[in-house]
Design a protein around this ligand. Structure first.
Ligand code: ADP
Ligand code: MG
Length: 697
């Protein structure tokens, strides 16, 4: 065997051909080598079921036996049942094939031919509800023992692949088997030999065989671990290279802490910064004074006071004659930041402008001209500022709020364009450490780990609506304000919005007719949004009905109660962010979760919320419930290029990979040694386009 096998086009696999090759290409498979790296989506234990009464992990029943008798029960061309009674280790079992479930009538015809009297079969299916005492199985797949290919599908741990229209599971599985037979042996190791030995890993051919057609659970786990390690090693190498590239850049500007703006700002703030805030401000200032650009992540739970920290950094830039940008994910949040800046910077010689999509064209032109002329010190806007081709000739610092809505690629693109500027990204999304390190591997992290003093923890309840509304009444009577939130799920956005609006009408007309109540949602024109927000901030409105547009950034300390409707439809991170809108003043705050959780997972989410308000704990639980893929969204996990590595379960492998990547690059900074050639090529192939960057020249 030679490595040519790896580059053989998939069409030359027996049975594939040029037409199906096009379908395989949709799965990202052009060559046998690609096929080897198209790992199964999951694996099913298809050893013969030992006890028919016990549910199996996959929900499948797997039996082997001889057909004793068989019969067709027909009902026209579309409907029909084929029934074969099988003699199995568990006695007689009736197996049913349903014609309307068959993919084609041909398939149904072949059932009759293959499962005829006297045939030896494997059947894979599900138990039919057992009403009559007769054991019945609804068959999904069957394989005749006369055809050796059954060994790929039954009586083993069986791979299940991602499919595309026109390719069946059976076909892809058999093709995968051929690809493994033809090419796995030629697979070369990306992972350098010394690391394979050091970490006691399987060699590539063994790992690829094991991931596709494992002979045991242990072999599958060893194969998975080996391939996960490889993915994590590549990821860590990419991050280190990224950091190294940044550190090689020499900034044109430098900073001196002059305090001409910083001191008056601190005095104006009217509160003492917490020790945690002071610590992270120092970390940021130290970074800004280094010769290479800062790339720092500022983490802090909702309400921990990240804004004044960001402002301190912005002011250091301005004190030194620079310009800076502050970017938020939504216009509401950009406006909120602007309001905060105005409050803290009142009477200070700092020129601030806001640029969002709703700034009229003329005004926009003026702001852009002023920015170009260097007459604006801090420009506030949404993330769209990045794309808008804005010129800030003395730009030194960009602060990006709510980083979780902002992908790795966007961040690395920014670093590439404005490679000289300092970058501070902020997040309140509580991300467990392992995940943070992998997702923000190019960043140094600062964490605000304490809340400003005088906060009372929020009490959270699962309540019926009536009780929740009573709480609203009680708080409003005491002079406080309330949020009532309705979720909008993307798939049913229109309908949800309609129901939020009609709920608002109902609340206004018949539940709180005596209260001043406003409505805010994402589809509201910008001006109207600002007006409603201003009304709530000034306490003119007592109750604010909202969709999750209030998830981030809104800061009304007098609001002490929040009702979250249909709370079971929100994810944990969203619930936590939402809840963070209350509990911002000294008075005790209450969050009422109203909803009807129908799944275990939804129930778990709500009880976690009732139990804790620690963002990092909630993040861990979220990761457990949803897994990293869903937590990050497909876009972001795609950017990380992880197929089998699980950032949560593989924390230990990740730490090995990090240490090994570090050593590897210390010894061979550009991966030029012959033993590192494959690693280098794969690294470039994976991350060059995904991150819009990789520098190994
Ligand atoms: P987040 O980290 O969620 O962005 P903010 O920066 O909006 O939090 O701060 C939440 C609230 O706490 C704001 O009203 C802010 O002015 C206030 N705050 C921030 N730091 C302190 C502090 N050290 N002492 C008292 N209040 C503070
Ligand atoms: Mg904030």
């Amino acid at each position: 065997m030679t490595s040519e096998n790896l580059s053989t086009p998939v069409q030359y696999l027996k049975g594939v051909g040029p037409r199906r090759a096009v379908l395989f290409e949709r799965l990202g498979i052009k060559t046998l080598g690609d096929f080897l790296h198209h790992y199964p989506r999951l694996w099913q234990n298809r050893h013969e079921t030992q006890d028919l009464r016990l549910p199996t992990a996959s929900g499948l029943i797997v039996l082997r036996g001889r057909v004793l008798r068989a019969s067709s029960h027909g009902a026209g061309p579309r409907l029909g049942i084929y029934k074969a009674t099988l003699a199995t280790a568990h006695g007689k079992v009736d197996c049913l094939w349903f014609k309307h479930l068959s993919r084609s009538y041909d398939a149904f015809a072949s059932v009759k031919a293959e499962a005829s009297e006297g045939a030896d079969l494997w059947v894979i299916g599900r138990a039919e509800p057992d009403l009559t005492g007769v054991r019945e199985i609804r068959v999904d797949e069957h394989y005749t023992l006369a055809d050796e290919r059954w060994r790929m599908h039954a009586g083993r741990i069986t791979p299940v692949y991602a499919l595309t229209e026109g390719l069946s599971q059976r076909f892809v599985r058999e093709a995968a088997h051929k690809a493994v037979e033809a090419a796995a042996e030629s697979a070369l190791d990306l992972v350098p030999a010394e690391l394979i030995a050091k970490r006691k890993l399987l060699a590539a051919p063994q790992a690829l065989r094991g991931i596709h057609f494992p002979r045991s659970e242990a072999e599958l786990e060893a194969a998975r671990a080996r391939l996960a390690y490889e993915e994590l090693l590549l990821l860590e190498l990419a991050w280190i290279l990224k950091r190294r590239q940044t550190r090689g850049i020499v900034k044109r500007h430098s900073y001196e802490v002059k305090r001409t703006l910083l001191t008056p700002f601190r005095v104006k703030a009217g509160f003492e910064f917490t020790p945690a805030q002071k610590r992270v401000i120092n970390e940021i200032f130290d970074d800004m004074r280094k010769p290479y650009p800062m790339t720092r992540l500022l983490q802090g739970d909702v309400g921990s006071g990240k804004t004044v920290v960001a402002l301190s950094a912005l002011l250091l830039a301005v004190e030194n004659g620079g310009q800076a940008a502050l970017m938020a994910p939504t216009e509401i949040l950009a406006d909120q930041h602007r309001a905060t800046l105005d409050r803290f910077l009142k009477d200070l010689p700092v020129r601030v402008a806001t640029l969002t999509s709703r700034v009229p064209k003329k005004e926009r032109e003026k702001i852009l001209a002023a920015a170009r002329a260097g007459e604006i010190d801090i420009l506030v806007g949404t993330h769209a500022l990045l794309e808008a081709g804005i010129e800030l000739p003395r730009m030194r610092l960009a602060v990006i709020d709510e980083q979780h809505r902002f992908g790795v690629r966007q961040r690395t693109t920014l670093r590439q364009k404005g490679s000289l500027i300092d970058l501070l990204v902020m997040t309140a999304t509580p991300i467990p450490r392992t995940l943070a390190l992998s997702l923000y591997g190019d960043l140094e992290a600062s964490t605000i780990d304490e809340m400003p003093p005088g906060r009372t923890p929020i009490k959270t309840f699962l309540s019926p609506e009536a009780e929740a509304f009573e709480a609203v009444r009680r708080e409003v009577k005491a002079g406080r304000q309330a949020y009532i939130v309705y979720p909008i799920i993307e798939e049913s956005a229109n309908q949800d919005l309609q129901s939020a609006k009609s709920e608002f009408e109902r609340l206004k007309a018949s539940v709180f007719p005596d209260l001043k109540i406003g409505l805010i949602h994402g589809a509201l024109p910008g001006k109207a949004k600002s007006a409603v927000m201003a009304g709530f901030s000034s306490s003119e409105l007592q109750v604010l009905v909202a969709t999750q547009v209030i998830e981030v950034g809104i800061d009304v300390p007098n609001a002490t109660v929040m009702v979250i409707q249909n709370a079971d439809r929100f994810g944990l991170a969203s619930l936590h962010q939402l809840r963070g809108r209350i509990g911002r003043g000294a008075a005790e705050s209450f969050c009422h979760l109203v909803g009807d959780p129908r799944t275990e997972e939804a129930r778990a989410r709500l009880s976690i919320m009732a139990e804790t308000s620690d963002g990092f704990k909630i993040g861990e639980e979220d990761l457990k419930l949803r897994g990293p893929g869903e937590l990050l969204g497909t876009a972001q996990s795609g950017e990380l290029s992880l197929q089998v590595a699980d950032l949560f379960k593989d924390a230990e492998l990740l730490s090995y990979a990090r240490a090994d990547a570090d050593e590897l690059l210390k010894a061979d900074a550009k991966l030029q040694a012959p033993g590192h050639k494959l690693l280098r090529e794969r690294l470039i192939a994976l991350y060059q386009s995904r991150w819009n960057w990789i520098d190994l020249a």
